[in-house]
Design a protein around this ligand. Sequence first.
Ligand SMILES: *Cc1c(COP(=O)(O)O)cnc(C)c1O
Length: 390
Amino acid sequence: MGKGNWSKRTQAVHGGTRRSGYGEMSEALFLTQGFAYPSAEAAEARFRQSGPDEFIYARYGNPTVAMLEDRIAALEGAEAAFATASGMAAVNGALTAMLKAGDRVVAARALFGSCLYILEDILPRFGVEVAFVDGTDLDQWRAAVTPGTAAVFFETVSNPTLEVIDAAAVADIAHAAGARVIVDNVFATPVFSRAIEQGADLVVYSATKHIDGQGRCLGGLILGREADIRGPVETYMKHTGGAMSPFNAWVMLKGLETLELRVRAQAAAARAIAEALVPHPRLSRLIYPGLPGDPGYPQFPEGGTVLSIEVEGGQDAAFGVLNALEIWKISNNLGDAKSIATHPATTTHQRLSADRQAALGITPGLLRLSVGLEEPADLIADLRGALDML
Ligand SMILES: *Cc1c(COP(=O)(O)O)cnc(C)c1O
């Protein structure tokens, strides 16, 4: 059975492994910036054209980082990957490597704050025109993606209101206009991702989230076709310095081994919590794409590891819930083994005006809940207890 036929779970454990002469079982951590060449001629040859197992400098590539890139590419069904210092280095790299002054980009409006900053503040500064649409409205995409549009960008599942975009339909609209499809796939996770088959040209992850999954390291990944990744993406990344540290790559590699087990357990717990909380007299809204009836269900029935709730009584009530929780931590990561509750309006999305928050559904009572690996019954009891105290 060839490696290409391995299932995701097998790839997650063995994909991309490079063993040194010692035959180590666990992936080696090559904590080195540089590589010594056997001769001056060999150095010259490697700078001219380096082979897949030949490295020059860790900003360009490193054996531990290459193992992570090959493993995640195998999982995602992509030809190649480049590992970056953080999720934002990946988003910035994917966009900036592909765009130039005069290009037009169409993006969904509901975006992670830092993604919005790149699209709204940085790209226009360099002459890229950016238009925003409601990502769930295909008519708006059709109207905005004019012929010659260079790229479309969206989060497949948006943060924090968990709107699920019909990625295949948007990709069809984009490709018909000649635009590249760049997706931020964090909430879908590599476990539930169908991004490549849905037509994404570049898929971006914050590995900080589920891939590490234990809240230790920052990291990001850009995946796509060999020609794009080893061409413009790698060239841009290696000269601008957003490379992933080999240590972080090693942590992420070990994270990939357990990714599927963790994400499936966290998604099952998220579903149990969502089912236990609807209906609840203190909640005016519960968003979880895994519940039949949620607008995101047809696209994302697996639901993912995050749900959002809206507490009756606005910010005071939301803060009351946060401060009463005992197991859930008040923080802003997601995909962690530890369950996390976030108040987007005053933290992750604080920068947005009240009007823009309202337009995105980020109400004062909204809480984002990232479900970890604790016993679901304990998480439910903790939430119920906090809601009962209102
Ligand atoms: C966290 C996150 C990012 C940024 O990732 P970092 O690793 O924190 O830089 C980008 N997009 C989404 C959807 C995220 O959740």
